[in-house]
Design a protein around this ligand. Sequence first.
Ligand code: DAH
Length: 364
Amino acid sequence: MSDAAAEIEAGLRALGERFREAFARAATEQDLRNAKAEVLGKSGDLTKLLKLMGKVPAEQKKSIGEQVNAVKADVESAFDARLGQLARALREADLTARPFDLTLPGRVPAPRGHLHPVTRVKDEILDIFRSLGFEISWGPEIDLEANNFEKLGFPPDHPATDMQDSFWVTVEGGRPDARVLLRTHTSTVQVREMSTHTPPMAIVSGGPVYRRDDDVTHSPMFHQIEGFLVAERVSFAELKGVLTAFAERLYGPGTPVRFRPSYFPFVEPGAEVDVGCVFCHADSEPAAGRGPRASCRVCKATGWLEILGCGMIHPAVFEHCGIDAEKYTGFAFGMGVERVAMLRYGIPDIRLLFENDPRFLAQF
Ligand code: DAH
């Protein structure tokens, strides 16, 4: 055997199982690749041996070549096996590791927000009516003049429409006979629901309304809640019952409630509802009764706070909405949400609610 052939054979033997041990020690894929390079790489042990091939006599080349290839194949298959093992171990570790908790708070605590006081009060009012059996509905903030005024019994150019000086919307290519405005009240929802459903129905709806008003108690955008109930033989007694229950849930059991005659074009008779002044009551001794305090600026010493308008739905409204006014009767009511929030939290100026100053809003 030539020297070169003998040297190669000796080298292959020396390589022996060494690479297997190195592969077994490799703890990462990178370690493993480094270990492989030490055998098969440019200056690896096996590569160095191959450089001697040129000196091997022709008749021995085949046998030596086969031995080299067998070792090479061994190295490759040992490498693949170990690579597979490492990958499985990594995955196993991933699966058994404690799960990453996405809900953990961040290192820098993010301040937690909360609902706007108007939203909170609106939801609370809607919830009370829902618990009394009313269904919640919705209407658009931009609506037809007819839904906002005429169908509710406001005659065209009635002074009442001045009372609610409106924001008109110009619709490109819109019909001149179908004027559009930002709704001035949520009573539009009555028209929409009564025109598309048949009684019995009991519905509440809440959302923004718009008027050209701007002072400490009026904002050009504010929120109203509208409710109505239509069925056979509904009377003013049901209206009183529902609104008294509502007032007691909102302001506490035993809250005094009174109904005063008033006028709205879409109800007959119409009324305004007052509750006993929450500020006078809170301050008076129970034994001293519930009389107004001369100094109460909230109720102006009357002892009463106006909270909503209501009445029995006018037969003309039923007719405009395609409901048989001979068969059905119903009641409706509407109220401002900001007023309730202002009374609840003692907020003196409505504009504070919409300036979005976090120093103000964080107090609720
Ligand atoms: N829409 C009236 C307003 O904005 C409030 C109102 C009064 C609604 C009486 C009603 C009602 O449903 O019956 O001033």
